[in-house]
Design a protein around this ligand. Structure first.
Ligand code: SF4
Length: 282
């Protein structure tokens, strides 16, 4: 029986980023109606992680907004990772804090972080159309540093932001060159405050992306359908699992609501899938 890996996200600092990524509600430039706050305190993060673990999450992703790690954020994530590892040693901790140097990544790893999530987002060619304040190359370099430092790399992108088929292929090719351990495929969630107003991908095209990714990355441990799952596959999740996905995010996303973990567990049960008990239990 196929196992599905569950991952949960904790948005630890939200809505104060000065970058101009046209798909992101966390940029201060677009004034999206989202919750904005500084660092969450340790005890609430631990409580939320306990709930996620009870709901079957193996992976727990510690996310902060902003272009990349600075000293304060690095220390905050390292401290949280130490506390979480002490209380919930089975959780596989993933940090997602933007661009990172080798030194910062080494420090996070030494403090309990196992994976680093940094998405390429889209193709190198299309990236200047969706962000002008930093480059795709910076993102790629951070991903290389993740691999160099021996952390598992979780890297994917967002589809349906107006990119072409060639851009989609180019993104997959770039991801292939990085050899990530996990690829999150996100399907754009439009927000009226953002410059990108529409999702330019339908269910069939999204399934084609999942199939292409599965085919290209034959031995990929984790192929995750992340943001946009509800919009494209609600009630038809079987299609994405049959296309090759074996991981999902449970609970809420960064600034949008997801299904309840209970309804996702029920959905998996009704489709005859079991929930993975270890990261590579596929
Ligand atoms: S750098 Fe990250 S948090 Fe900031 S706007 Fe871009 S995607 Fe959003």
């Amino acid at each position: 029986m196929k196992s599905i890996f569950l991952c949960a996200i904790n948005n630890l600092r939200s809505g104060s980023c000065s970058e101009d990524c046209k798909f992101c509600t966390q940029s201060i430039r677009y004034k999206a109606k989202i919750q904005r706050y500084r660092f969450k305190n340790e005890s609430s993060v631990i409580k939320e992680a306990q709930v996620a673990q009870k709901n079957g999450a193996l992976g727990y992703c510690l996310v902060t907004d902003g272009k990349g790690l600075d000293d304060i954020t690095t220390e905050y994530i390292a401290k949280l990772a130490r506390a979480l590892k002490q209380k919930l040693p089975q959780l596989h901790l993933i940090a997602c804090n933007g661009t990172a140097t080798a030194e910062q990544l080494r420090y996070l790893k030494a403090n309990g972080i196992s994976s680093y999530n940094h998405n390429l987002e889209t193709s190198k060619e299309y990236y200047p159309s969706i962000c002008t304040t930093h480059s795709w190359e910076e993102r790629y370099k951070s991903c290389e540093a993740v691999k160099m430092e021996g952390l598992a790399l979780c890297s994917g992108g967002i589809f349906g932001m107006g990119e072409s088929r060639d851009d989609q292929k180019s993104l997959l090719k770039a991801l292939y060159s990085l050899k990530p351990e996990s690829i999150p495929l996100n399907f754009y969630i439009p927000n009226p405050a953002l410059p990108i107003t529409q999702r330019t991908i339908n269910q069939k095209e999204a399934l084609d992306i999942i199939k292409e990714t599965k085919k290209l990355f034959d031995k990929l441990p984790l192929l995750m359908v992340a943001g946009g799952r509800e919009a494209l596959f609600k009630g038809e999740e079987k299609l994405m699992f049959e296309a090759g996905a074996n991981a999902i995010v449970i609970g809420n996303y960064l600034t949008t609501k997801g299904q309840t973990p209970y309804s996702d567990r029920q959905m998996l049960k009704s489709l005859g899938y079991k929930i993975a008990m270890s990261c590579y239990d596929t």
